[in-house]
Design a protein around this ligand. Sequence first.
Ligand code: GDG
Length: 496
Amino acid sequence: MIEVEPVIQQESSVLSGHRLIIVSNREPFQVVREEDSLRLERSAGGLISALDPVVQSSNGLWICWDGAFQEDDYSFEDLSRLAELNNIEFPYPLQMVKLSEEDIEHYYYGFANQQIWPLFHYFPSRYAFQEKEWAQYTEVNQKFAQSIVENATPEDFIWIQDYHLMLVPSFVREKQPDLNLGFFCHVPFPHYEVFRVLPTRREILRGMLGADIIGFHTPDYAKYFMECAEMLLPGEVKVLDGETLMFRSRQVRVKAYPISIDYDSIDAISRRPETDEAVAQLRSSFQPAELIGLGIDRLDYSKGIFDRMECISLFFDRYPEYRKRLVFIQIAVPSRTKVEDYQQLKHEVDEAVGRINGRFSEDGWAPIHYLYRGFPMEELVAYYKAADFALVNPLRDGMNLVAKEYCAAHSDDNGALILSEMTGSAYQLKESFLVNPYDYPSVVEAMHAALSASNEEKRERMIQMRKTIQENNIEKWLNDFLADFNVAIQHRYDNA
Ligand code: GDG
């Protein structure tokens, strides 16, 4: 375990003296390769920055895999030295679960990312059951459970994150029934008709039901979970109301907590003079084209990037007057590059960009500007702010934070968001231009509507969306979940 000095002091009223233990597959930092050496960087996302102070102020702990070190041939033991060398201060202790190469291959790339991910995102055709992967998933979930049992006490709040660790709550409950367990699902929970494809569907449900509270992004995901539990575990599950069910003799709270972003910090970055300079530079670099469209995603088939390219092509077919006037910037961050479906997707997107640019380019103008890499948040905010519209058209997405970040970065109240109905964000961002991502012509018409809308209309929509995101920021997500976690465990104490 790596012990470090606290760097932030902030009390969490919700936890009232209890320690918060976060359990996630990913570590709350990134390993950056630089020539011959490795550098550690704190992960910059809203989730980590929201959780950090609370874990810290509660004297809590973060339990995660040691995967990044495995991939870079660095040993688990080297972390401490690297952290010291790079002057990284972790505001709380990290406990890393040691995984073998085989674990990572079958549990992470295999079961989590080639079985659960496609199925939960409604791609059953990409799904194939492999017994070996399920066995390894079970084994790794046991390793995480063991680490929790070794490190937690019955006073702690233990919050397990995401689809990599769905069996952990029940494994922990079996080993130590009096621990307080919360679980959050960051991906969609599918409808019964899709979920039941999974051969190990009952084990997965029982795994999650080991928790006192289970959170989802939208009320629909919570409802589908309840329906699956009721239909697949008759005799074990009884739904009490829209937010609670009995699993055997224990009550479990099941509810939607829509995750969000650190609105204030993105809004603040967008107001910096440096950001406006970067925006001006970006815009001038695409001159004489005066309009910018934007897509930012991990390169994942669920995000609809290939479909987006086809929509752009159709747009320039239907509206030739926008040729040479509009550039679409696509930032695609490399993701799960060892998985064949992702290599194939990269190939398809590369091909589509080449084909569309080859077909429409003229006089030094190319319709698509494609960047296959990640950027620091400050640069992303400049891209967001420079864009006249963002096209966020996932075929399925648990929430989609890019849509929220795009709005938060528009402190000028300009811009237009075109958003897929198949995202969790669509539940909240009703003033966006909502589209069915499978219906290419309607996406094209939404692009046209967004570009043709009056400044006043766009402003009204943007102001409302920004208000919604500001009021429902990452802190609210965290506090709402922890407050209900408190209620759920009180209920268990009272009925013990
Ligand atoms: C999963 C669920 C759910 C992207 N490029 C860069 C960069 N990003 C950041 C964005 C945003 C995040 O990554 C992407 O979040 P999304 O929500 O859009 O998508 P997933 O990665 O698939 O996240 C999703 C989420 O979990 C939370 O529960 O919303 O549905 O699939 O924050 O800004 N960040 C930096 N450089 C980049 O180039 N720094």
